[in-house]
Design a protein around this ligand. Structure first.
Ligand SMILES: Nc1ncnc2c1ncn2[C@@H]1O[C@H](COP(=O)(O)OP(=O)(O)OP(=O)(O)O)[C@@H](O)[C@H]1O
Ligand SMILES: [Mg+2]
Length: 371
């Protein structure tokens, strides 16, 4: 049986994506996505999850309650995927469930960690399906970043021998996968994407995100603010590296605005944030994969026409497309990667790429709550 469900919710905190994926053979990459559902987070869950990204009182109690809330949101998404596809729970070999990241400190002194809230027991209880979760901890325990995990799947799915290719996921954070022509693989988080764009659009326009990047597209880039933000040491740090809301969130932007000593128009800040994402990605591709001719974009940011246009302008030697051109719609890629990770777990194959995360070696990722 080779049917897996992937459940994913990322740093944007927009909601849960669920996919059902069938692999035709246990040892081959040929696969078919049978269904995809996106369910936005209920604001009564999103609010507490967002708050848990910062230290505060009574964290253990709040985290435990939120982990149960995440499990129910995941179970609801799973049920919607099953009803969309007409699949019965016993047809699914396992669910790969990411959980909601609230802390990502892979290099904390005294031992790194990465916390994805999700009560796996509740999800197994509600679904009656094997649940594979906590997919980052083992890589971190082996000295890795625990992130990004998706380059291993991108390599499995999108690599072509003899051709340098780049894959870019524009989620809350942006991460690239560098598929070198000689078969080597790289990948890391390049910096913020939607997490700052969404926060600014919500604060100044009362909208959850800047649809197609139209607001950003009508503003002017503030060169001084852009330079100031690009001077954050994260952008120059050599890989392996990963980041999250621990660093890039509204207060990071506010600190840069305060240091600027004047208040640019809110529309120009949005334009500058979009440029920050485009520039930080373009710099990485020029430096790390200069021979690439194609860039394939996935994640919700793939719908941001302005960002894609800026990437194409900054990288004129690259053809910029979404992963749709490779047969996988951009909004499905991350969730499919977690179905793939569940499959790797079941087959007891390593889910990490040590050359990406910096772990000591390949490791089987995840922890099982049996059905
Ligand atoms: N039509 C659109 N135009 C512009 N941006 C969009 C559009 N639709 C979605 N987005 C952006 O995509 C985001 C969601 O993307 P996605 O689900 O890939 O991110 P994520 O959940 O943070 O995942 P991860 O960080 O793990 O990659 C939204 O918060 C929004 O900013
Ligand atoms: Mg999302």
């Amino acid at each position: 049986m080779s049917l897996f469900v992937g459940l994913m919710s990322g740093t944007s905190l927009d909601g849960v994506d669920g996919v059902a994926v069938r692999w035709t053979r246990d040892d081959a990459p040929a696969m078919q996505v049978l269904g995809h559902v996106h369910r936005p987070f209920d604001p009564r869950l999103r609010g507490p999850l967002l708050a848990l990204n910062e230290a505060g009182p009574d964290e253990l109690e709040r985290a435990a309650a939120a982990a149960i809330g995440v499990a129910h949101a995941y179970a609801d998404t799973l049920e919607a995927v099953l009803s969309q596809t007409g699949l019965q729970p016993d047809a699914v070999r396992a669910v790969g469930a990411h959980g909601q990241t609230v802390r990502h400190r892979p290099q904390a002194s005294g031992g790194g960690f990465s916390i994805q809230l999700l009560n796996g027991a509740v999800l197994a209880e509600r679904s009656g399906i094997d649940v594979v979760c906590d997919l980052r901890s083992r890589d971190v325990a082996a000295g890795g970043q625990g992130a990004p995990l998706v380059p291993a799947f991108h390599a499995d799915r999108f690599a072509v021998a003899g051709e340098a290719r780049a894959v870019l996921n524009l989620g809350g954070i942006a991460n690239v996968t560098l598929l070198h022509a000689d078969g080597r693989i790289g990948g890391f988080d390049t910096g913020p994407a939607n997490v700052l764009l969404d926060a600014w659009a919500a604060e100044h326009r009362g909208i959850p995100y800047d649809a197609e990047g139209r607001w950003a597209a009508s503003g002017q880039v503030d060169a001084a603010l852009l330079q100031r933000m690009l001077s954050d040491p994260y952008f120059q740090r050599p890989p392996p590296k990963s980041t999250g809301r621990d660093l890039f969130q509204a207060n990071w932007l506010k600190a840069h605005l305060a240091a600027l000593g004047r208040a640019p128009a809110s529309i120009d800040v949005q334009a500058t944030l979009a440029e920050l994402t485009a520039r930080s990605v373009a710099d990485v591709l020029q430096r790390h994969l200069p021979d690439a001719r194609g860039l394939w974009v996935c994640g919700g940011g793939a719908l941001n026409d302005h960002l894609l246009a800026r990437l194409a302008a900054l990288l004129p030697h690259l053809r910029v497309q979404t992963t749709e051109a490779l047969g996988l719609p951009p909004l499905q890629v991350e969730a499919v990667a977690f179905a793939w990770l569940a499959r790797e777990f079941v087959e007891r194959r390593a889910g990490n790429r040590a050359d990406v995360t910096g772990a000591k070696g390949p490791r089987v990722l995840g922890c099982l709550y049996p059905a």
